[in-house]
Ligand binder design. Structure first.
Ligand code: C5P
Length: 293
């Protein structure tokens, strides 16, 4: 399943946040997992994974949110991803893995999944091996439903439980402001609180979006079906959404994934920065980040 490639001495990968611009829940499988129809983007912001060859596997964690995921490294999805790849790659040895955790945890923006995906990409480089993208995608799905899309890190329509990935060829550039009021929301709890499981899929997608305005007006015909059950558990999400929606630069305000991170879509990075600066003044303890998409 692998081909030889150039071995790298040290690799740093950005584990970009995943943002669901729209998220429709269209059904539930017999194993409990929910079927999705979602549009995702990956803003230029994320955790940083650094890997170096070593005689054994090790993981150290630093950064703003490091203390949230301390504990047994073997329980971390990064470590599980590394072990999984070791089992499937003949040239695998060990690796010293360092994580700079700057995305909030349990935040609806794929943090742990993005870290696992970035680890797979980085280790494949230092071990000089290239599993086929189909093999890597299959392996990554066993780590979590969001991991295959985080491997790709491209604007895409997502179906199945997250593994059916359809890249969107024509996608406008723009920016986003991510806001998390630093409340953790447990994904399974939000899914379980969803009463209606069979929502309609996304409306028909146009051939492409000409601009962010164009994209935002299409997105207004969509929803995040998890927003309501998440707000029922953490009402502060609704306050964040109201604040984002009231900013003059905002084209669309919505929650991502199972929350609590919300976003405002904007035409340019300078507009996103202006919103972020204004919000940070009044909400110094919230996590607020502008980024390009
Ligand atoms: O796959 P992952 O471990 O990221 O999912 C976390 C939890 O979110 C699952 O245990 C499940 O409760 C819920 N989930 C779901 N349907 C999905 C993705 C996640 O019900 N498509």
């Amino acid at each position: 399943m692998t081909t030889e490639a150039t071995k790298h001495a040290r690799v740093i990968e950005l584990a970009r946040a995943k943002v669901n611009l729209a998220l429709h829940i269209t059904g539930q499988r017999s194993d409990g997992y929910h079927m999705l129809d979602s549009l995702v983007v990956f803003p230029h912001i994320g955790d940083e994974i650094s890997v170096k060859p070593a005689s054994r596997l090790s993981l150290s964690i630093a950064g703003q949110f490091a203390e949230k995921i301390q504990g047994d490294p073997a329980d971390n999805l990064i470590y599980k991803a590394a072990q999984l790849l070791t089992e499937h790659v003949a040239s695998a040895s060990g690796a010293r893995i360092e994580l700079d955790k700057s995305l909030p945890v349990a935040a609806g923006i794929g943090g742990g999944s993005a870290d696992a995906a970035a680890t797979l990409r980085a280790l494949a480089k230092i071990w000089g091996t290239c599993p086929s993208s189909a093999d890597l995608s299959r392996l990554s799905l066993s780590l979590g439903a969001d991991v295959p899309m985080c491997l790709e890190e491209k604007p895409a329509r997502i179906r199945g439980i997250g593994e059916v990935i359809e890249p969107l060829p024509a996608f406008p550039s723009g920016a986003i402001v991510l806001v998390n009021p630093l409340i953790e929301v447990a994904t399974p709890a939000v899914f379980n609180a969803l009463l209606e499981k069979n929502h309609p899929p996304l409306p028909e997608l146009p051939d492409g979006f000409k601009s962010m305005k164009d994209l935002a007006s299409w997105l207004k015909t969509c929803r995040n079906d998890l927003q309501k059950p998440a707000i029922a558990q953490a009402s502060l999400i609704s306050t964040v959404l109201d604040i984002l929606a009231s900013q003059p630069e905002t084209l669309l305000a919505r929650m991502s994934g199972s929350g609590a991170t919300c976003f405002a879509l904007c035409e340019s990075l300078s507009e996103a920065q202006a919103i972020a600066a204004r919000l940070q003044e009044h909400h110094g303890n919230w996590w607020i980040k502008p980024a390009r998409i």
